[in-house]
Design a protein around this ligand. Structure first.
Ligand SMILES: [Zn+2]
Length: 411
């Protein structure tokens, strides 16, 4: 093959192949490239400005995309230039985005592979160490994040996620309209959210926030009131229903201990069933629950109350929502369902945040979906020591929606 043909197939803009070497045993291909004659625009890697003075030339070796079964290495002739502002610097080359020994399109192929497969599998596929795959992926994601326009933040979600024994809790701030996480903060305190407002948003950006969907009320409320006073705080439906589910389970456990013998067996192990919504259960599961309910009316009552609470968010008028909640609380009277009474008190305390849903419609369940996506990433990646990497990964996931199953399920 002539150098001209090598140049065409390689397809590096502005560069031509002047030497090639094939090793049929090792299945490797080496190509030596230098600038085409007409391509003399030199750019300083320090400041990005055009420069003309060449100080020296040198060679760099990078891995490029494979050619059929051959692993390809490109040896590039590069220049050191004298920049009026930066002094002596390496020239900037589009195909060489970092100091690592890989071409840009090779890194892109690795990054794309990481979007649908675990790091260890990608490492095997490309014959790289897992740690190398991770650093390539991180660079790939950073380049992507720098190049894109960030959507405006009008509705924000604040949630927490447990990352494990070492990292503990992390506060996740997300954009509810795009379903993407924006920022991770260590711990889950008032100061955590303040750091987000201070370091991530300008005054103008803060003033554009209309609503915030939160779970843990107290630590975040004060910082929201201080930094985004115009923002309406909406209490998240999914979190309230989680509390309701926990209350039903508390009733079940109390009944389990109160009742002896055969009844105990029926109550045993029904936790998951009681947390599921009736419409999502098949016939057999419904029968199991009915069996439990026929033995224990109190568990039935608690379950029905949890089910009916979910319909609170069907209302779009504050008055109607309020009346529904009042009648729901009314049903608790004489039932002696302590855990649900406790839940009712919490709802009354946060009434404003519940009714705010009528004033500002926020998509419910997005916060949960984002949380679920991050957890899925954590399971697949076996822990991220670099939080920024995890954030970029979750953002890319949201933007491409390649694995947005959790989101669809919750919506
Ligand atoms: Zn410069």
């Amino acid at each position: 093959m002539s150098d001209n043909e090598w140049t065409k197939i390689l397809g590096w803009p502005g560069y031509r192949v002047y030497r090639s070497e094939i090793n049929e045993v090792a299945k490797t291909l080496r190509l030596w490239v230098r600038r085409k004659r007409g391509h003399r625009k030199l750019v300083c890697s320090g400041c990005g400005k055009r420069v003309s003075e060449i100080v020296a030339s040198y060679e760099r070796e990078v891995r490029d995309l494979p050619w059929s079964e051959y692993r390809a290495t490109v040896v590039v002739e590069l220049y050191r230039v004298r920049c009026p502002d930066c002094g002596i610097k390496a020239e900037k080359v589009e195909q060489l985005p970092s100091k690592a020994p890989f071409s840009k399109r090779f890194e892109e192929a690795v990054g794309q592979a990481c979007e649908s497969a675990a790091v260890r599998r990608v490492a095997r596929q490309f014959g790289l160490a897992a740690s190398t795959v991770r650093t390539i992926d991180l660079r790939y994601l950073r380049r992507w994040a720098e190049s894109r326009r960030k959507p405006a933040l009008r509705q924000m979600g604040v949630d927490e996620i447990y990352l494990g024994k070492k990292q503990k809790f992390v506060t996740v701030v997300s954009n509810l309209e795009t379903g993407e996480p924006l920022w991770f903060g260590r711990e889950r305190k008032q100061a955590t959210l303040e750091e987000f407002f201070r370091s991530q948003l300008s005054g103008f950006q803060r003033s554009a926030i209309q609503a915030a969907c939160i779970d843990r009320w107290e630590p975040f409320r004060q910082s929201l009131e201080q930094w985004v006073p115009q923002c309406r705080i909406v209490y998240d439906k999914f979190h309230i229903l989680q509390h309701a589910g926990a209350a039903v389970d508390e009733v079940r456990r109390a009944e389990f201990f109160r009742q002896g013998g055969a009844a105990r067996e029926v109550v045993r192990g029904k936790r998951w069933l009681l947390l599921s919504s009736w419409v999502h259960l098949d016939r057999q599961k419904k029968r199991q629950l009915n069996e439990l309910f026929s033995l224990n009316r109190r568990v039935l009552k608690a379950y029905l109350l949890k089910e009916s609470l979910g319909r609170l968010w069907d209302y779009t008028y504050e008055g109607a929502m309020m009346r529904y909640l009042e009648s729901w609380i009314g049903q608790l009277r004489w039932q002696r369902l302590k855990p649900l009474e406790k839940l009712a008190r919490m709802l009354v305390k946060h009434l404003h945040g519940i009714l705010n849903y009528c004033r500002t419609k926020v998509p419910m369940g997005v916060v949960e979906a984002i949380n679920g996506n991050i957890k899925a990433l954590l399971r697949r990646g076996r822990g991220y020591r670099n939080l920024n990497y995890l954030l970029l990964k979750a953002q890319r996931l949201a933007a491409t929606k390649t694995q947005f199953l959790v989101f669809q399920k919750a919506a």
